[in-house]
Design a protein. Structure first.
Lengths: 255, 319
């Protein structure tokens, strides 16, 4: 039955594809989020599981921290803005009857602007520190060495140039409009310095193996039939952008 | 090469020493066993038959382990059971010495004559010869790119077989450089050095940058990423090119991104003399949280001449 359900799910998900193989998607403005990751070390006092009053339990404190962080997005962020705060690792303890001395949490925060990300980061810091203090634990937060800025497609470049080149290479003859995703990209570091465009190259219609498993999924498979389309998109973007740049420089020179 | 051989000899010597010590330790173990428990290897035969069998099997497996170790050592030059105990220095030496070769680059020879890489369609496009030149360019690129399909698939599978995590993309980088050499494209390597080794392990420095075109402005930049993720691959039906680095997987399509950019480099190189401007190729490591792109920006990938005016990148997207 479960395999039958899997097949049904698979065919349903084919119908639900937002960008199938052969299509290209993008959008003007922010397309990928800004991201920061953090590790929280909660230090308490360990002891016997039967005598919690003689310990400072880091697991309860860390649990409180996880729960208190849940209201950051819902209660402190404007309903019109986007943000994510996910705890993705909770590591503590080894035994049935021992209260451990420390707990480690890891997680990530995402937002569509650097300002919101940094504001969120300050709020995380505040919630973590005050919650730990309430429970009498010491706490240290370590952030990643480099947070990621959002990846922003230059609106002018996109409307006047990239959109039409993408449309040339898309089976449907147009670039599908996509929502921004809360994933993050190194290309943001380039895009914050140069007018840039980031495309999603659809690849979800492959069947052997199915290529519509999400990114970072252990079953993720690549649809090799779209590789040449990516090559074409690269080459078309490069050549057409060069001609347009030469053209605009010529205009500047003549005027 | 002679230096490498010397290093290998040293390693063999080291292995022989460790083998000797191991045998010595076995002897000591035997002596102590006899002293404490009064067991000797002769008495094994007096044991109940199944017990004796397991004991002998244990001896055999030990022997086969030693044999296996020495065979492995003669192949790799690294004693297998001392690998984890190396000092930091030795580990770094290993990184420099053993460059994993991912195999051949399957690039079919091109029709154009080397030294004169011209393409009439591209020239017509840049000269605005005809209103139809834009459509012609698209079709020309499509034909050339479609012919590359075998190269694209083989390159992508080669990269998929050998996923490497951020700042350790040594073999991937070497393969990219090999492919660029096969295409007769000059490049610079050593980009994206890891500046935060305390936070993220790995030396970095595996980024590659290549320029194609006149070497003058205007210039545009194309980018692809090349690192993999710490995921155990469970994809079915890809046994021919499944990840051979257990626990690492190209689950974000970066093998495809690198392949597509290599394909674009091949296409553009074949029309290089007809391109009015420069296309910069940025193969960047450490995208999955390591900010390899930021490192390359800091190292000047956007500011070296000719300076790129615009940048483009793409991501394979399954959902």
């Amino acid at each position: 039955l479960s395999s039958l359900l899997k097949y049904i799910y698979f065919f349903l998900s084919l119908l639900d594809l937002r960008i199938p193989s052969g299509s290209i998607a993008s959008r003007p403005g922010t397309i990928l989020a800004a991201a920061e990751t953090f590790e929280i070390l909660v230090a308490g006092v360990g002891g016997h599981g039967a005598m919690p009053h003689l310990t400072i339990d880091p697991i309860v404190t860390a649990s409180s921290i996880v729960m208190n962080l849940q209201t950051l997005i819902s209660r402190t962020l404007s309903p019109l803005e986007s943000g994510v705060c996910s705890i993705t690792k909770f590591d503590s303890g080894d035994a049935f009857n021992v209260i451990p001395a420390s707990a480690v949490l890891r997680g990530t925060i995402r937002a569509l602007t650097t300002e919101t990300l940094l504001a969120l980061r300050d709020k995380v810091q505040h919630v973590v520190e005050t919650t730990a203090e309430v429970h009498g634990c010491n706490v240290t937060i370590t952030y990643s060495p480099d947070f990621y800025p959002p990846t922003v497609n230059d609106p002018n470049l996109y409307q006047e140039f990239s959109k039409s080149v993408g449309a040339l290479l898309s089976d449907s003859g147009k670039v599908l409009d996509t929502e921004p995703t809360m994933g993050a990209e190194d290309f943001g570091f380039v895009a914050e310095r140069l007018p840039s465009t980031f495309f999603f190259l659809g690849q979800g219609s492959g069947t052997n193996p199915p290529t519509n498993y999400g990114l970072h999924h252990p079953h993720f498979a690549l649809d090799e039939s779209v590789l040449h389309r990516g090559v074409e998109l690269h080459v078309n973007l490069a050549l057409r952008a060069l001609r347009k740049l030469a053209e605009s420089e010529g205009d500047v020179a003549s005027s | 090469v002679s230096q490498l051989n010397e290093e290998l000899k040293k390693k063999r010597l080291f292995f022989l020493f460790s083998l000797f010590f191991f045998l010595f330790w076995l002897l000591l173990l035997g002596v102590s066993l006899k002293k404490v428990y009064n067991i000797s290897f002769q008495t094994i035969t007096d044991w109940p038959s199944n017990l004796a069998h397991t004991a002998i099997m244990k001896q055999r497996s030990l022997f086969s382990f030693l044999l296996f170790s020495s065979v492995l050592n003669s192949i790799t030059g690294v004693p297998s059971f001392t690998r984890g105990k190396n000092t930091q220095e030795e580990k770094q030496q290993e990184l420099v010495e053993v460059i994993i070769d991912l195999g051949e680059v399957h690039l079919s020879p091109k029709s154009s004559i080397p030294g004169s890489r011209r393409n009439d369609v591209v020239e017509a496009f840049f000269a605005y010869e005809d209103p139809s030149s834009s459509e012609a360019l698209k079709n020309e690129i499509h034909d050339v790119a479609f012919d590359l399909q075998d190269f694209l698939v083989s390159t992508r599978r080669t990269l998929h077989r050998h996923p490497e995590l951020m700042y350790t993309e040594q073999a991937t980088s070497a393969y990219i450089q090999k492919a660029l050499k096969a295409m007769d494209i000059s490049f610079t390597s050593g980009w994206a050095v890891n500046t935060v080794p305390d936070a993220i392990p790995g030396p970095g420095g595996y980024g590659v940058v290549a320029d194609i075109g006149t070497g003058r402005e205007p210039c545009v930049l194309l980018r692809a990423d090349m690192d993999a993720l710490p995921i155990l691959e469970k994809t079915v039906g890809v046994d021919a090119f499944k990840s051979r680095n257990d626990g690492k997987m190209h689950a974000c399509g970066h093998d495809g991104h690198t392949t597509m950019l290599l394909g674009a480099a091949s296409v553009l190189k074949e029309m290089e003399d007809s391109i009015n401007g420069t296309v910069r190729f940025m193969f960047q490591p450490a995208e999955e949280g390591g900010a390899g792109g930021k490192r390359m920006v800091e190292e000047g990938v956007l500011t070296r001449n000719p300076k790129p005016k615009q940048a483009f990148a793409m991501h394979l997207w399954p959902t």
